[in-house]
Design a binder for this molecule. Structure first.
Ligand code: GLA
Length: 379
């Protein structure tokens, strides 16, 4: 080859390489497998994300290739929609709906009531300078449901009606303005209203760590209370935010079994497996927080060994789900890929790797492990 030819050839190769790296995230999905196909006949597969994230290169291709359902990460929550008295802001939620619908992905309504003070628009609790009465608070809740469920009627079927009412501490129920004003009646009214507004809706109560000993007894008490009051509830949502080496397989199996006995379905609503574990953040009254704030062990990538452990634990988790597929309606992940996970900044900033897809939207060992597990059980 002459020098000139070699020079042209090298330039050509460099341009090709450059082009391929620029379009890395935009590759159309060429693999023939997908999570939703592997899970066919067992349960639907979903993911929680935002309209912005869905609009990044490659994200929507990945989402519609792999998932049946999408849950709006934040834009449909009460504080996003009704932060001011009498003013509903549906702009973000509408944008989300439009994008998902245009791409043929089903949507989860998340969430109509969040039984936590910092997740409830503060004005809900007030009547001028006085505290809102039970009647007023429930009327506001009903009008919120009518606004959201009315707007998206027939376009959303799965509704997270109430989120996170069980206490993590000694009490049974979470202390909040909802509970102190209405006791459990706001939940009863929320489900009854949701059913009136959407007779065909699939109505879910959603909570975290609810499969674990100590908290699950509270969940069963809640189910019994709701059923004694003939509340129209279809399913329990077990969020599934786990940490590596602390996935509660047996607890999960036990709790799913109990939910089956109550005649309810299960939704696994927000799965991830944190590899830069956050448990110590909460230990000993926050004693390790200064140290953890700069703890970022996988900022240059996660070791193969950890990825393998994560894959094994995802496989074992999906064994539990697949074995109980008769009662599990949907399994949703919380966020689309590692770069987009909430665990990159909660409860401190770090580079996390909790999901099935990496930052380039490429499947990780955990993806293959989940697909292989599902295939064993697929009908
Ligand atoms: C809870 C909520 C979700 C989300 C996650 C953390 O699980 O249900 O909407 O806020 O926390 O991101």
């Amino acid at each position: 080859m002459t020098l000139l030819k070699a020079h042209f050839f090298a330039t050509f190769v460099a341009i090709l390489l450059l082009l391929s790296s620029c379009t890395k995230a935009e590759d159309p999905i060429s693999r023939t497998t997908s999570l939703k196909d592997a899970a066919k006949g067992l349960f639907s597969i979903g993911v929680g994300t935002s309209a912005n994230a869905m609009s990044t290169p490659g994200a929507m291709d990945l989402l519609k290739h792999e998932f049946d359902f999408v849950t709006p990460e934040n834009c449909m929550k009460p504080v996003a929609i009704q932060n001011k008295d009498g003013l509903c802001d549906f702009r973000e939620a509408d944008k989300f709906m439009k994008l998902a619908e245009k791409n043929g992905v089903q949507i989860v309504g998340h969430c109509l009531v969040w039984a936590k003070d910092d997740r409830t628009p503060p004005w809900f609790y007030q009547n001028g300078d006085a505290k809102a009465s039970k009647e007023l608070l429930i009327a506001r809740m009903k009008s919120h449901l009518a606004g959201v469920q009315g707007r998206y009627h027939g376009r959303i079927n799965h509704w997270d009606v109430v989120n996170e009412f069980l206490s993590d501490g000694e009490g049974t129920w979470r202390e909040s303005g909802w509970f102190s004003t209405c006791e459990l009646d706001f939940i009863i009214e929320a489900f009854k209203t949701a059913r009136e507004l959407d007779p065909d809706g699939f109505l879910i109560y959603n909570d975290y760590r609810a499969e674990r000993k100590g908290k699950r007894e509270k969940l069963f008490k809640l189910i019994e209370h709701l059923q004694a009051n003939e509340v129209p509830i279809d399913a329990i949502g077990l969020q599934g935010h786990y940490e590596l080496d602390d996935v509660p397989y047996e607890d999960l199996e036990f709790t799913i079994g109990k939910i089956r006995e109550y005649g309810l379905k299960v939704v696994i609503s927000e799965v991830d497996i944190d590899v830069v574990k956050r448990g110590r953040w909460y230990q000993d009254d926050g004693a390790y927080r200064e140290e953890l704030k700069t703890y970022d062990p996988y900022k240059d990538g996660c070791s193969e060994e950890i990825l393998k452990q994560q894959a094994d634990q995802y496989a074992k988790l999906f064994e539990v789900y697949a074995r109980n597929a008769d009662v599990i309606e949907r399994v949703s992940f919380w966020n689309l890929h590692d770069g987009q996970s909430w665990l990159n900044y909660f409860p401190w900033k770090r580079e996390n790797h909790p999901l099935l897809f990496d930052r380039d939207l490429k499947p990780k060992p955990a993806y293959t492990a989940v697909i292989e597990t599902l295939k064993k059980y697929r009908k």
